[in-house]
Design a protein around this ligand. Sequence first.
Ligand code: HEC
Ligand code: HEC
Length: 297
Amino acid sequence: MKTIRFLPICISLVFICKISHAEQVGTISLPGSDKSYTEKQINDFFDVPDWYPDSHPAMPEVVQYGAKPRVFACASCHLTSGSGHPESGSLSGLPADYFIRQMKAYQRFQRDSITGVMIGIAKSMSDEQIREAANYFESLKPLNVQEVREVDEVPVTYINSRFMRLVDKTKNASEAIGERIITVPKDEFRVKARDPFATFITYVPRGYLVQGKKIVEQGKASAAACTTCHGNDLKGTEIGPPIAGRHASYLISQLRAYKAGTRRGEADPGGIMADNLKYFSEQEILATAAYIASLTR
Ligand code: HEC
Ligand code: HEC
């Protein structure tokens, strides 16, 4: 008889525990935000997490929700702050006319991107959507989300299924940096949560910053000083877009693309950047990118 009387209590206890467990699992929150999202919501390409709504102007629909089926929400990869991740890139503060020209270039296959993702997105967007996105990102203040450090050794890392380079915690070891530039999140949890203010550490080999500074300020055979067109602080001029403090991996991929001729046409009017890069070695590309990444935005 006693067990029968306790049975309903036991059942309801199990039920309550199950509910609170379900609420906890997959519910992610960030400091200073009253929002919470599941992992699935965070990675929803058609409805981005908006952790800090007061930190940015109202997002145009295409930035927040994209347009099904092919236009993924811009803020998903580039974040609501426009700061982006090392595997996508930063859009904040880019002049709208430069931005629009890049979208035309993707549409015309004059720029490539990892898995061609930007080509697919750009080709499915209307001129109106492109302009709205360009105006939104132009209005955002560029943030410094990357600290550049010269080192001999880096943590052992791997690339996950979302193209993020992360520290391999199963190995918990370091290795020689060699001639490589390695960027990892300062706080992996915040980066995976698509926190618009998450920050990164970029490790570069010793000597790269001095070498890169010299190239940027003095140029080299065939290349004028980068400051001539991008400004003394590389924060952009009427001629060249802002490049200071951009993600190192983005800078490297663009410099390689100009050299290889895969970034061209609308994305390199007059072939200016291709000419600049003609006689750059891979090592010089890395050193130049390391120094530019270390500058304040
Ligand atoms: C799935 C991830 C992803 C989404 C979503 C995304 N992008 Fe991108 N975007 C990228 C990557 C990766 C690059 C770098 C491509 C390259 O190397 O050219 C990029 C680069 C860009 C650039 C070039 C920046 C520059 O400095 O020249 C623009 C402009 C841009 N994206 C606009 C957009 C817009 C507008 C949207 C929304 C409609 C969007 N992106 C959505 C991944 C994404
Ligand atoms: C003669 C002028 C000129 C010089 C010198 C110059 N640039 Fe540029 N650069 C440009 C222009 C113009 C663009 C934009 C091309 C476009 O509209 O697509 C550009 C684009 C870039 C971009 C792409 C930015 C983005 O958002 O994707 C990078 C990176 C860059 N330059 C780096 C450099 C570096 C590094 C140097 C020095 C070695 C340099 N530039 C020298 C004119 C110049």
